[in-house]
Design a protein around this ligand. Sequence first.
Ligand code: ATP
Length: 238
Amino acid sequence: MPDPTPILRASAIEAGYGRVQVLWGTGLDVRPRESVVLLGANGAGKTTLLKVIVGLLPAWKGSVRLDPDDVTAWRTDRRVRRGLAYMSEIGVFPGLSIDENLSVGGQFIEKSALKRRMEELYADFPDLAHRRGALAGSLSGGQRKMLGIAKALASSPRLLVMDEPSAGLSPLFVGQVIEVLNRFRASGLAMLIAEQNIAFLDLADRVFTLDGGRIRFEGSVKDLEADDSLRRTYFGLA
Ligand code: ATP
Protein backbone atom coordinates (compact mmCIF):
# COMPACT_ATOMS: atom_id res chain seq x y z
CA MET A 1 0.00 0.00 0.00
CA PRO A 2 1.41 3.46 -0.81
CA ASP A 3 2.19 5.73 2.14
CA PRO A 4 -0.70 8.05 3.04
CA THR A 5 -0.29 11.74 2.15
CA PRO A 6 1.58 13.30 5.04
CA ILE A 7 -0.02 16.00 7.19
CA LEU A 8 3.34 17.75 7.20
CA ARG A 9 6.21 17.64 4.78
CA ALA A 10 9.26 19.88 5.15
CA SER A 11 11.57 19.51 2.15
CA ALA A 12 15.14 20.64 1.49
CA ILE A 13 14.99 23.39 4.09
CA GLU A 14 17.85 25.85 4.33
CA ALA A 15 17.59 28.40 7.11
CA GLY A 16 19.57 30.22 9.76
CA TYR A 17 20.15 33.48 11.54
CA GLY A 18 21.73 36.47 9.82
CA ARG A 19 24.59 35.03 7.81
CA VAL A 20 24.85 31.87 9.89
CA GLN A 21 23.31 28.89 8.12
CA VAL A 22 21.95 26.22 10.50
CA LEU A 23 19.86 23.92 8.28
CA TRP A 24 21.35 22.39 5.15
CA GLY A 25 18.72 20.79 2.94
CA THR A 26 16.81 19.35 5.89
CA GLY A 27 13.51 17.53 5.51
CA LEU A 28 11.03 15.33 7.33
CA ASP A 29 7.40 14.31 7.15
CA VAL A 30 4.63 13.34 9.56
CA ARG A 31 1.73 11.16 8.46
CA PRO A 32 -1.80 11.25 9.84
CA ARG A 33 -2.02 9.79 13.37
CA GLU A 34 1.74 9.31 13.40
CA SER A 35 4.10 10.23 16.21
CA VAL A 36 7.55 11.29 14.99
CA VAL A 37 10.55 12.04 17.20
CA LEU A 38 13.27 14.37 15.92
CA LEU A 39 16.33 13.36 17.90
CA GLY A 40 19.41 15.57 18.10
CA ALA A 41 22.00 16.95 20.49
CA ASN A 42 22.15 20.54 21.73
CA GLY A 43 22.69 22.89 18.83
CA ALA A 44 21.83 20.30 16.14
CA GLY A 45 19.19 22.67 14.75
CA LYS A 46 15.98 21.12 16.12
CA THR A 47 14.46 24.40 17.31
CA THR A 48 15.43 26.09 14.06
CA LEU A 49 13.68 23.41 11.99
CA LEU A 50 10.54 23.54 14.15
CA LYS A 51 10.44 27.33 13.85
CA VAL A 52 10.57 27.07 10.06
CA ILE A 53 7.80 24.44 10.16
CA VAL A 54 5.49 26.62 12.26
CA GLY A 55 6.36 29.82 10.41
CA LEU A 56 8.32 31.69 13.09
CA LEU A 57 11.48 31.71 11.00
CA PRO A 58 11.61 32.06 7.21
CA ALA A 59 13.03 29.27 5.07
CA TRP A 60 15.84 30.52 2.83
CA LYS A 61 15.19 27.60 0.54
CA GLY A 62 12.92 24.57 0.48
CA SER A 63 9.25 24.19 1.27
CA VAL A 64 6.80 23.35 4.03
CA ARG A 65 3.55 21.65 3.08
CA LEU A 66 0.51 21.02 5.26
CA ASP A 67 -1.68 18.39 3.65
CA PRO A 68 -1.42 19.20 -0.06
CA ASP A 69 -0.84 22.94 0.44
CA ASP A 70 2.46 24.73 0.18
CA VAL A 71 2.42 26.93 3.32
CA THR A 72 6.04 28.12 3.12
CA ALA A 73 4.92 31.75 2.80
CA TRP A 74 2.01 31.50 5.27
CA ARG A 75 2.09 33.26 8.61
CA THR A 76 1.97 31.16 11.77
CA ASP A 77 -1.67 31.99 12.61
CA ARG A 78 -2.84 30.69 9.23
CA ARG A 79 -0.92 27.45 9.81
CA VAL A 80 -2.52 27.15 13.26
CA ARG A 81 -5.98 27.56 11.73
CA ARG A 82 -5.01 24.70 9.44
CA GLY A 83 -4.56 22.36 12.41
CA LEU A 84 -0.97 22.93 13.50
CA ALA A 85 -0.09 23.68 17.13
CA TYR A 86 3.31 24.52 18.55
CA MET A 87 4.67 24.15 22.04
CA SER A 88 7.95 26.01 22.47
CA GLU A 89 10.46 25.04 25.15
CA ILE A 90 8.94 27.68 27.45
CA GLY A 91 5.42 26.74 26.48
CA VAL A 92 3.35 29.09 28.68
CA PHE A 93 3.00 32.75 29.62
CA PRO A 94 4.01 32.84 33.32
CA GLY A 95 2.26 36.20 33.93
CA LEU A 96 -1.12 34.86 32.76
CA SER A 97 -3.46 32.53 34.65
CA ILE A 98 -4.09 28.92 33.62
CA ASP A 99 -7.45 29.95 32.14
CA GLU A 100 -5.86 32.81 30.22
CA ASN A 101 -3.09 30.60 28.86
CA LEU A 102 -5.67 28.15 27.50
CA SER A 103 -7.60 31.05 25.95
CA VAL A 104 -4.45 32.24 24.20
CA GLY A 105 -3.85 28.71 22.91
CA GLY A 106 -7.38 28.60 21.51
CA GLN A 107 -7.58 32.20 20.33
CA PHE A 108 -8.34 31.25 16.74
CA ILE A 109 -11.35 29.09 17.45
CA GLU A 110 -14.88 30.29 17.97
CA LYS A 111 -15.76 31.34 21.57
CA SER A 112 -18.32 28.68 22.45
CA ALA A 113 -16.14 25.95 20.89
CA LEU A 114 -13.20 27.21 22.97
CA LYS A 115 -15.29 27.05 26.13
CA ARG A 116 -16.20 23.43 25.41
CA ARG A 117 -12.61 22.64 24.51
CA MET A 118 -11.34 24.13 27.79
CA GLU A 119 -13.73 21.95 29.80
CA GLU A 120 -12.49 18.88 27.91
CA LEU A 121 -8.91 19.85 28.67
CA TYR A 122 -9.68 20.45 32.36
CA ALA A 123 -11.13 16.92 32.43
CA ASP A 124 -7.88 15.62 30.87
CA PHE A 125 -5.70 17.68 33.23
CA PRO A 126 -7.51 17.69 36.61
CA ASP A 127 -4.55 19.27 38.42
CA LEU A 128 -5.01 22.36 36.27
CA ALA A 129 -8.78 22.40 36.74
CA HIS A 130 -8.38 22.92 40.49
CA ARG A 131 -6.30 26.06 39.97
CA ARG A 132 -7.81 27.82 36.94
CA GLY A 133 -7.17 31.32 38.27
CA ALA A 134 -3.57 30.65 39.40
CA LEU A 135 -0.73 32.30 37.51
CA ALA A 136 1.20 29.89 35.30
CA GLY A 137 4.38 31.26 36.90
CA SER A 138 3.26 29.90 40.29
CA LEU A 139 3.08 26.30 39.02
CA SER A 140 5.78 23.65 39.48
CA GLY A 141 7.92 22.80 36.45
CA GLY A 142 5.93 19.62 35.81
CA GLN A 143 2.54 21.36 36.06
CA ARG A 144 3.77 24.16 33.84
CA LYS A 145 4.71 21.63 31.18
CA MET A 146 1.26 20.04 31.44
CA LEU A 147 -0.24 23.51 30.97
CA GLY A 148 2.01 24.02 27.95
CA ILE A 149 0.64 20.83 26.41
CA ALA A 150 -2.95 21.76 27.28
CA LYS A 151 -2.45 25.26 25.85
CA ALA A 152 -1.14 23.82 22.58
CA LEU A 153 -4.12 21.44 22.46
CA ALA A 154 -6.65 24.23 23.05
CA SER A 155 -7.03 24.81 19.32
CA SER A 156 -7.91 21.10 18.78
CA PRO A 157 -4.95 20.59 16.44
CA ARG A 158 -4.42 17.64 14.12
CA LEU A 159 -0.65 17.97 14.47
CA LEU A 160 1.12 18.93 17.69
CA VAL A 161 4.70 20.15 17.25
CA MET A 162 6.72 20.20 20.46
CA ASP A 163 10.16 21.55 21.23
CA GLU A 164 11.91 19.56 23.97
CA PRO A 165 9.01 18.76 26.25
CA SER A 166 11.57 17.28 28.69
CA ALA A 167 13.43 20.59 29.12
CA GLY A 168 13.90 21.45 32.78
CA LEU A 169 12.01 18.41 34.07
CA SER A 170 13.14 15.75 36.53
CA PRO A 171 12.95 12.12 35.30
CA LEU A 172 9.73 11.62 37.30
CA PHE A 173 7.97 14.45 35.47
CA VAL A 174 9.45 13.35 32.15
CA GLY A 175 7.67 10.02 32.72
CA GLN A 176 4.40 11.83 33.45
CA VAL A 177 4.67 13.96 30.31
CA ILE A 178 5.31 10.85 28.20
CA GLU A 179 2.27 9.18 29.77
CA VAL A 180 0.03 12.15 28.94
CA LEU A 181 1.34 12.37 25.38
CA ASN A 182 0.79 8.65 24.94
CA ARG A 183 -2.89 9.14 25.78
CA PHE A 184 -3.27 11.80 23.08
CA ARG A 185 -1.29 9.67 20.67
CA ALA A 186 -3.76 6.82 21.24
CA SER A 187 -6.59 9.20 20.37
CA GLY A 188 -5.07 9.74 16.92
CA LEU A 189 -3.29 13.07 17.38
CA ALA A 190 -0.25 13.33 15.10
CA MET A 191 2.88 14.58 16.86
CA LEU A 192 6.32 15.88 16.00
CA ILE A 193 8.55 15.92 19.07
CA ALA A 194 12.04 17.43 19.02
CA GLU A 195 14.09 15.91 21.83
CA GLN A 196 17.51 14.91 22.99
CA ASN A 197 16.08 12.66 25.70
CA ILE A 198 15.82 9.12 24.34
CA ALA A 199 13.02 8.31 26.80
CA PHE A 200 10.73 9.97 24.23
CA LEU A 201 11.50 7.21 21.75
CA ASP A 202 8.75 5.29 23.61
CA LEU A 203 6.35 7.56 21.74
CA ALA A 204 7.93 7.21 18.31
CA ASP A 205 6.36 5.50 15.33
CA ARG A 206 9.28 6.90 13.36
CA VAL A 207 12.52 8.69 14.23
CA PHE A 208 14.63 11.26 12.39
CA THR A 209 18.05 12.17 13.73
CA LEU A 210 19.43 15.65 13.16
CA ASP A 211 23.13 16.36 13.32
CA GLY A 212 24.82 19.57 12.21
CA GLY A 213 21.60 20.75 10.57
CA ARG A 214 21.28 17.62 8.42
CA ILE A 215 19.04 14.58 8.76
CA ARG A 216 21.31 11.55 9.26
CA PHE A 217 18.75 8.81 9.83
CA GLU A 218 15.10 8.11 9.24
CA GLY A 219 13.45 4.90 10.36
CA SER A 220 12.01 2.92 13.24
CA VAL A 221 13.41 2.87 16.78
CA LYS A 222 14.45 -0.73 16.08
CA ASP A 223 16.50 0.35 13.06
CA LEU A 224 18.07 3.15 15.09
CA GLU A 225 19.08 0.70 17.82
CA ALA A 226 20.44 -1.73 15.24
CA ASP A 227 22.88 0.82 13.83
CA ASP A 228 26.14 0.64 15.82
CA SER A 229 27.26 4.20 15.26
CA LEU A 230 23.83 5.74 15.94
CA ARG A 231 23.45 3.56 19.02
CA ARG A 232 26.74 4.86 20.34
CA THR A 233 25.77 8.47 19.59
CA TYR A 234 22.27 8.44 21.05
CA PHE A 235 22.29 5.68 23.62
CA GLY A 236 25.91 5.99 24.72
CA LEU A 237 26.27 2.23 24.34
CA ALA A 238 29.09 0.30 22.71
P1 ATP B 1 18.97 23.10 21.81
O1 ATP B 1 18.66 21.78 22.36
O2 ATP B 1 20.18 23.72 22.41
O3 ATP B 1 17.79 24.04 21.71
P2 ATP B 1 18.70 22.74 18.95
O4 ATP B 1 18.99 21.44 18.29
O5 ATP B 1 17.28 23.11 19.13
O6 ATP B 1 19.47 22.78 20.31
P3 ATP B 1 18.98 25.27 17.64
O7 ATP B 1 18.44 26.02 18.80
O8 ATP B 1 18.14 25.13 16.43
O9 ATP B 1 19.46 23.83 18.10
O10 ATP B 1 20.37 25.94 17.26
C1 ATP B 1 21.14 25.54 16.14
C2 ATP B 1 22.31 26.50 15.95
O11 ATP B 1 21.80 27.80 15.68
C3 ATP B 1 23.20 26.63 17.18
O12 ATP B 1 24.53 26.69 16.74
C4 ATP B 1 22.76 27.93 17.80
O13 ATP B 1 23.84 28.56 18.45
C5 ATP B 1 22.35 28.75 16.59
N1 ATP B 1 21.30 29.71 16.92
C6 ATP B 1 20.12 29.44 17.50
N2 ATP B 1 19.37 30.57 17.65
C7 ATP B 1 20.13 31.58 17.14
C8 ATP B 1 19.92 32.99 17.00
N3 ATP B 1 18.79 33.58 17.39
N4 ATP B 1 20.94 33.70 16.44
C9 ATP B 1 22.07 33.10 16.02
N5 ATP B 1 22.33 31.79 16.12
C10 ATP B 1 21.38 31.02 16.68
